[in-house]
Each structure stands twice: as C-alpha cells, then as structure tokens.
Ligand binder design. Structure first.
Ligand code: 13P
Ligand code: SF4
Length: 305
C-alpha cells in the first residue's frame, strides 16, 4: 500500500467505527494529515473532554492517552503505539512524591501533565506548558511544589516572583540537550532568524529566546510573525510542520539532537492496525485513579480557561 492508500483507508475506518483521532503536534506529517484534531498537550485535553465520538485514538505518548481516558472514562481510548512513553513521565513515582511532599509541607503540588495517571492522584492540579503560568498565578496558594520538570518550573517561577516555588530534579531528556552553544551557533548561522523555544529547554536557552511557548504557541507565533526566518528549539518535527505550513518562510532546528524517539514511534500502519483491531493498546485505568487524577486535570481545564 502507498502512504496515500493507507491514509484513505484510515479515514474510511475511523468514520465507519466513529473513532476520533487525536495527534500531538510532534507526530509525523503523514499522521497529522489523517487526524481529526492536532494540538499541544493542553489543546488535546480540551478536545478529548469535548469529544462526542464512540472512541478516541491517541497518536502521541502514553500520558496523553491516559489523560484522554480520564476525561472520557465511558469511551474506549487507544494508544496507537503501546511503546510510546514519555521518559520524563517515568521520573517520579508516588513513593518518591510522598518523600518530596514531606520536605515541603503545605505546598500545593502542581504536576506537569507529562506524568503518569497514578502520580496525578497524589497532586493538586495539573498544568501543561501552555497553561502553567496562568494556573500557577490563579492558585490561591503562594507555595508551589512543581513536578517533575524544573525547567518549565523555573520559567514559570521567574514570571511570578511573588510566589515561592520548589522543584523536582527531573526534566525532558530531549529538550535538555539544547545548550547556549547551540543558540550562539544558530545565531551566527542565521543572524536574521528569531529563536522560538519550548519552556522545557534549560534557562540558559530560554533566556536568549525571542519567544518561549508550548508547541502550539511556537507554531502560532511563527504564523503571525512578519519575520522570515526562525530557529526552532523544540522537537524537530515542528521544523518540518512549520516549513509545510509556511513555504515562504525558513525554519531551522536549534539542535539536530532535539528528536523525541517516543513521539516519532507512531506510524500510519500502527493507526491502521489499531483501527482494524490488530494493534494499539486500549487504555484501562482503575476507577479511583480516574476519579482522583481526573480532579487534577479538570481543575487544569477550569483554571486554564
Ligand atoms: P506541549 O505542552 O507543548 O504539548 O509539550 C508536550 C511535550 O511533550 C513537550 O515535550
Ligand atoms: Fe516527553 Fe520530552 Fe518526548 Fe515531550 S519531548 S514526550 S517531554 S521526552
């Protein structure tokens, strides 16, 4: 089968089976083309919470499929490729969180959505990169324990100096590879380009950027900007997506190493096989996890607006 034939078959099957396909913006171009909705983690959560289809198929990583299941507990939810996880989401478990909370009594626990469903049961509210600042500001607590990404946490904390933040020493192993040297090299190679980066990058990178934001934030900024050239400091698929969307502009990767192997695992054949009932993984979560983690995620959507 050709790529186009598989895509056509996927479009036919999802309609026949009333399945809504969600794709994170880091997915391959061929996957984005067959999705019903594409977005960053925040946007995907909102789409999942509003979806009226019988089933949802997530093209992304495990915590995103878990979030869908939590928001649509009565629907069947599948992860297209069961091996696609987020290494950051595995950095902290409930036992580790318990120890951390003991060090910071009275702190409100703010969990980046890139965490397991089980870990969310020990947290007060979730945030995504697009909503973290707004939600941390809106919380009535002045003391915030931000887990597991200290880079996003520090980025938010410096915007809200009136609040006290504590962090966990985790972080995205992919975004962490981007360094100040990469920025200096990109600036010398592309002196007219704006630097747009994700807040999972280290502070030495974000402080040199022209714009810091979520995946969708970066894409919107590049679309609206009158600049012609951009260096992109997030997963490298975004460089290609932006180039497709804006052929009259130029996009360059900040680092060739900014590739998330987990996000790139999902193929059209995974989606096709999942729709045929021969692949993917149906997400199952205990009721108490759905309930407790759901409270955290719904609070995020409520405060995130
Ligand atoms: P977004 O919040 O931009 O979707 O980021 C998700 C992610 O996994 C970034 O590495
Ligand atoms: Fe997780 Fe980083 Fe990959 Fe995003 S880019 S899914 S945070 S490992």
């Amino acid at each position: 089968m050709t790529v186009r034939e598989i895509q056509d078959e996927i479009l036919r099957l999802k309609k026949e089976k009333d399945i809504y396909i969600l794709a994170h913006a880091y997915q391959k171009q061929s996957v984005l083309e067959i999705a019903d909705a594409v977005g960053d983690s925040y946007g995907l959560s909102v789409h999942a919470s509003q979806c009226s289809h019988q089933g949802v198929l997530m093209c992304g990583v495990r915590f995103m499929a878990e979030t869908c299941k939590i928001l649509c507990p009565d629907k069947k939810v599948w992860l297209a490729n069961p091996m696609a996880g987020c290494p950051m989401a595995q950095q902290l478990d409930l036992e580790g969180l318990k120890k951390l909370k003991a060090l910071y009594p009275g702190f409100t626990v703010v969990a980046y959505i890139n965490t397991t469903a089980l870990l969310k049961t020990g947290c007060d509210v979730c945030v995504t990169s697009a909503s973290a600042e707004k939600i941390c500001r809106a919380l009535d607590s002045d003391h915030i324990l931000f887990i597991p990404d200290p880079n996003l946490g520090h980025y938010v904390a410096q915007k809200i100096p009136e609040k006290t933040f504590a962090f966990y020493d985790g972080g995205c192993p992919r975004h962490k590879v981007a360094t100040k040297d990469h920025v200096l090299k990109a600036r010398s190679l592309h002196p007219n380009a704006l630097l747009l980066v994700h807040p999972e990058c280290i502070p030495q990178v974000t402080e040199l950027a022209d714009y810091v934001g979520s995946t969708t934030g970066i894409m919107d900024y590049a679309k609206k900007s009158t600049a012609r050239e951009f260096v992109i400091g997030t997963e490298n698929s975004i460089v290609e997506h932006l180039q497709f969307a804006h052929p009259d502009k130029k996009f360059y990767p900040l680092s060739s190493e900014l590739t998330c192997m987990d996000m790139q695992l999902t193929t059209l054949m995974d989606i096709y096989n999942c729709l045929k009932g021969n692949g993917g993984e149906e997400i199952q979560l205990p009721e108490n996890v759905i309930e407790k983690a759901g409270a955290c995620i719904r609070r995020m959507i409520q405060l995130g607006g």
